[in-house]
Write a protein that binds this ligand. Sequence first.
Ligand code: ATP
Ligand code: MG
Length: 356
Amino acid sequence: MKEKKSKKKDKKERKKEKRGIPESGNGNLAIGNRNPKNGNGNPSAESAILEEIASLGKKELIKKAKKFSEKFCVSDGKEFQLKDMDPEDDEGMGPGDKAAAKKALQMGVSALAALQDMLYAQDRWGVLLIFQAMDAAGKDGAIKHAMSGINPQGCQVNSFKAPSSEELDHDFLWRCMKQLPERGRIGIFNRSYYEEVLVVRVHEQLLKSQKMPEELITKDIWEERLQDIRNFEKYLNRNGIIVCKFFLNVSAKEQKKRFLDRINDPDKNWKFSISDAKERKHWDEYMHAYEELIKHTATKHSPWYVVPADNKAFSRIVVASAIIKTLDSLNLEYPKVSDEKRMELEKVKEELLAEE
Ligand code: ATP
Ligand code: MG
């Protein structure tokens, strides 16, 4: 297993340049948008950042969120290499930025809530958000925080674990298809059909339990599944269901730290399962499987966001920003009422005002 050593800053910058990523501060949600020295908890620097965030109007905030999230978006996977993505990347956000990060997230969440309200009212588009990651990467926290301001009526979350015997009696997309979001809603998949090219690929013996006819299990099966997924998402797009996928990219080093924390803290013991440590032993195989699936399924209309996940606060802002970008791309607006309906409303208004 490879544990990535912390990289030197100039190496990070070179990587960013290679990916066409602007220097820190360009389009940032006002965190890390400064001299890194300010990340040391300096209260005046922090309050300046807070002030800057608070002064942003909703439109401006959406614009910033869009630009910020673009850096992590893979919309054409052909050239994608996981080694170009740094799990530690947090644009120099230091411990002193906690309050600013919280504020940025809060504002992002309220912009998100406003967009979701229009999505629900318009009732045309559906949005599917898929979260995939290694254990302890922070999927649950990212979902919880990013969706915290959302109207629960407009949102549905599904977690996909090892399939039941009923599910195994069907094709692999079946159980996920049943949970697709309705129009006007945001559906969240905590794990998804992508497990079919992740855990099943890493543990090939799982294919046997899938009751597939033997002659269909060939060396091409992973490529075929990736193709099927790509086509399925295209089908969804053509039906007005937008798909946006997140890979929370945590490093092996950080995962080890979080596992130890879960073992050492009795209140966190419940979060740790022995199988998590077993899966960790297959780290490189999982990373290969992630790289392959991003290569084959990142498209303009169903992109992957490869979210640096070693800094949880930062990753939550990236996720919220990407959801804002996705919703904003739908040009949502409240449904307009007809002139006739408008006249009816005026009439009712007059009657109401005339009441004693
Ligand atoms: P958390 O650990 O935070 O509760 P989780 O998503 O890891 O969340 P678990 O119950 O620990 O939830 O794990 C679910 C397990 O189910 C994962 O190890 C995943 O790989 C496995 N799984 C999901 N889909 C499939 C599938 N199609 N075939 C086999 N295993 C699957
Ligand atoms: Mg788990």
